[in-house]
Design a protein around this ligand. Structure first.
Ligand SMILES: O=C(O)[C@@H]1C=C(O)[C@@H](O)[C@H](O)C1
Length: 140
C-alpha cells in the first residue's frame, strides 16, 4: 500500500500553536511516529503539509495515480472548501479524515466539515493518535 498523509494550513505550527487544543508534539514528531508505524507494517508513506489550498488540491490530483489511500487533516479548509471535497471525490482510494481536536466541542463554525461527505472514516479529538488509528483502519 502507498499511503499519503496530508495536513492543511497552520499545522506546521503544531507544538507551538494552541497546545491545549492541538498538543505539544510537532508535525515532525507526528510524521516520525507514522513513518515507524508504516515501516513496521511494510507500507510506503508520503507526507505533505501546506498552507496553500491549490498545492493540496494538486497533490490529491497526483495521488490519483500514485497513492492507494489518503489520511487528511484539512484543518480550517474542512469548514470552507468545496474545492478540496471535489478533489477528494476524484480520488478513488480510501480517505480517512483526522482532526486533532474534537471539532464538535468547539465553535459552531467548526462543527461542519465538507470533507466528511467523502471520507470513509472521520476521527476527531484523539490528538495525534487519530493519525495512527487512521492507518490501522486502512491496514485492516
Ligand atoms: O483539530 C484539528 O486538527 C483541526 C485543525 C485546525 O487547524 C482547525 O482549523 C480545525 O478546525 C481543527
Amino acid at each position: 500500500m502507498k499511503l499519503l498523509v496530508l495536513n492543511g494550513p497552520n499545522l506546521n505550527l503544531l507544538g507551538q500553536r494552541e497546545p491545549d487544543l492541538y498538543g505539544h508534539e510537532t508535525l515532525a514528531d507526528i510524521e516520525n511516529t507514522l513513518r515507524r508505524q508504516a515501516l513496521d507494517n511494510g507500507i510506503e508513506i508520503d507526507f505533505l503539509q501546506t498552507n496553500h489550498e491549490g498545492e493540496l488540491i494538486e497533490r490529491i490530483h497526483a495521488a490519483r495515480q500514485e497513492s492507494d489511500a489518503i489520511i487528511i487533516n484539512p484543518a480550517a479548509w474542512s469548514h470552507t472548501s468545496v474545492a478540496l471535497l471535489d478533489a477528494l471525490n476524484a480520488f478513488e482510494g480510501q480517505v480517512v479524515e483526522v482532526h486533532l481536536s474534537n471539532i464538535h466541542k468547539r465553535e459552531a463554525f467548526r462543527h461542519h466539515s465538507y470533507i466528511s461527505a467523502r471520507a470513509d472514516g472521520v476521527i476527531a479529538g484523539l490528538g495525534s493518535f487519530g493519525y495512527q488509528a487512521a492507518m490501522e483502519f486502512l491496514l485492516r
